[in-house]
Design a protein around this ligand. Structure first.
Ligand SMILES: *[C@@H]1O[C@H](CO)[C@@H](O)[C@H](O)[C@H]1NC(C)=O
Length: 232
């Protein structure tokens, strides 16, 4: 038996030496404004005991979602994935916050403006390269984005099918860039999400949609958080 003060000191030092797992949510207004699915996701992680060593990071501050949560983020309203890539915006956000994990739901504005899956996947590839330049062990979660059927501003009859085309192309693209050091997980945010009932405008999640997004992210993000406990 070790004396109790010794044990407590060791535990304290061990706790302090564990750097927090920094997690960046990257996206557009679906992620950021207010993006209360992130608050619901945080609460689910907290309930599962998975937030004791996490730090959600980003240059943007959280909006109020009715309860306290860790909500810094990079959900930039109106942003295109293709512009974030071509204007080199992510590198600055990465340098400012140094994440270990990036969870990305991005491309809705591009799809709305008829950017092709090829253009989008090219932009995603640039972003993945920048993530790995920032942290060679970056854990990357990429969403198959939620359906899009805008009802108010610029209705877009082709948008639903364009999202399907992008989402269908994501798994093969991700597999091609996957690595053991920096694994990519594809997160299905599409299946079961109904823009007629899970959004108010055909674009942004409402309460029901926020619940579905939180559910879609929970298991994949929980499993990435757990890998840090295994020393990887
Ligand atoms: C990447 O590799 C990991 C195993 O290292 C695997 O679990 C994951 O499904 C792979 N991702 C893709 C998109 O193939």
């Amino acid at each position: 038996m070790y004396p109790l003060p010794f044990v407590l000191t060791v535990l304290l030092l061990a706790g302090q030496s564990l750097a927090a797992i920094k997690i960046m949510a990257l996206g557009d207004s679906i992620t950021g404004s207010p993006g209360c699915w992130r608050a619901l996701l945080y609460r689910k992680l907290q309930t599962a005991g998975l937030t004791t060593n996490t730090d959600f990071v980003g240059t943007l501050q959280p909006d109020g979602c009715g309860f306290t949560y860790d909500g810094q983020h990079e959900g930039h309203a109106s942003m295109f994935a293709t512009n974030i890539a071509s204007q080199n915006l992510l590198t600055g956000w990465l340098a400012a916050t140094k994440p270990d994990v990036v969870m990305m739901h991005l491309g809705t504005n591009d799809v709305w403006s008829a950017k092709s899956p090829t253009e989008l996947l090219g932009a995603y590839a640039t972003l993945v390269k920048q993530m790995r330049a920032s942290n060679s062990r970056m854990k990357i979660l990429v969403a198959q984005i939620i359906p899009l059927n805008p009802r108010e501003t610029s209705p877009c009859a082709e948008c639903p099918q364009r999202v399907v085309a992008l989402d269908q192309a994501i798994p093969q693209w991700a597999a091609g860039l996957n690595s053991t050091e920096s694994p990519i997980t594809v997160v299905d945010c599409y299946t079961g999400f109904n823009p007629a009932t899970d959004t108010g405008d055909g674009v942004h999640p409402n309460e029901a949609g926020n619940e579905k997004l939180a559910d879609a992210w929970f298991a994949p993000l929980a499993s990435v958080i757990r890998t840090f406990g295994e020393g990887s």
